[in-house]
Design a protein around this ligand. Structure first.
Ligand code: SF4
Length: 214
C-alpha cells in the first residue's frame, strides 16, 4: 500500500515559500459549512486573499441549506481576518447531486458516494477558480475526521491538472484544526449540524440515534 502523504507538511512548505517571496496569493476556498470553515479562515487569512465559495447541492432539506448559508455569512462578518475574506454562493443545483448519487444511495458515509460528492463540489470550485483567475483552489472538507484527506487531495490534484489551476495541498484536521473549529464554533455561537448534509447521511444519523435509544 502506498505511504500516506502528509498534506499539512506540503502546505507548510508552500506557505513558507510564498512568505519568502512576499506573495499574498488569492484562494478560492470551497466551504462545506461555517463550523468547518472557521479554523481554515482563521488560519489561512494570514496568508491568502480568500473568497469563500459556498457550493453544496448535496444539502437536505432546503431549510437546512438556507440555515447553513446564513451561518457561513454570519461567520465571515464576525471572524477577525488579516486580509479581507469575501463570499460567493454557488447554485443550489440539487438535481446534479441526486443524478450523481444514483445507485449509491445505500453506501454508508465515507464510501464511494462521498468520493463522488467531493468531486462534484471540487470540480465546480476548480472551474470557477480558473474562470476568475484565482491563484489556488481548495476545500475545508479535510478538517472533518470523517473525511478522507488522501482522497480529497488526490481529486484536487487531478482537477488542478484538468483545469490548469493550482490545488492547495491540505489536511486541516492536523495541528488540532478540528478541535479549534469546535472552539471557534462555540465562540461565534455557530450552529453545528449533527449529520454530514445529504438525505442519506441524515437518515443514517437518525438510525444511529434510534439504535442508541434501544
Ligand atoms: S455523506 Fe456527506 S460527503 Fe457523503 S454524499 Fe452525503 S453529503 Fe456528500
Amino acid at each position: 500500500m502506498a505511504n500516506k502523504i502528509n498534506f499539512q507538511k506540503e502546505l507548510d512548505k508552500l506557505l513558507e515559500q510564498n512568505q519568502c517571496e512576499g506573495r499574498i496569493p488569492s484562494l478560492f476556498l470551497h466551504s462545506c459549512c461555517a463550523p468547518c470553515s472557521s479554523y481554515v479562515i482563521e488560519y489561512l487569512s494570514d496568508y491568502f486573499q480568500i473568497t469563500v465559495f459556498y457550493y453544496n447541492p448535496n444539502i437536505y432539506p432546503d431549510e437546512e441549506y438556507l440555515h447553513r448559508v446564513k451561518e457561513q455569512q454570519h461567520l465571515i462578518c464576525q471572524i477577525p481576518q488579516k486580509y479581507p475574506v469575501s463570499f460567493l454562493e454557488g447554485d443550489f443545483d440539487k438535481e446534479r447531486f441526486y443524478d450523481m448519487a444514483k445507485g449509491l444511495e445505500k453506501i454508508p458515509e465515507g464510501g464511494e458516494r462521498c468520493f463522488q460528492c467531493y468531486r462534484l463540489r471540487l470540480e465546480k470550485t476548480a472551474q470557477l477558480a480558473k474562470e476568475h483567475g484565482f491563484d489556488y483552489f481548495c476545500t475545508t472538507l479535510s478538517i472533518s475526521p470523517l473525511k478522507n484527506a488522501q482522497k480529497l487531495n488526490e481529486i484536487g490534484e487531478e482537477l488542478a491538472d484538468t483545469y490548469g489551476i493550482p490545488w492547495l495541498p491540505s489536511d486541516f484536521k492536523k495541528k488540532n484544526g478540528y478541535k479549534r473549529s469546535v472552539e471557534l464554533s462555540a465562540l461565534y455561537g455557530l450552529y453545528r449540524q449533527d449529520y454530514c448534509g445529504c438525505v442519506f447521511s441524515k437518515k443514517e444519523r437518525e438510525r444511529q440515534i434510534a439504535s442508541e435509544l434501544i
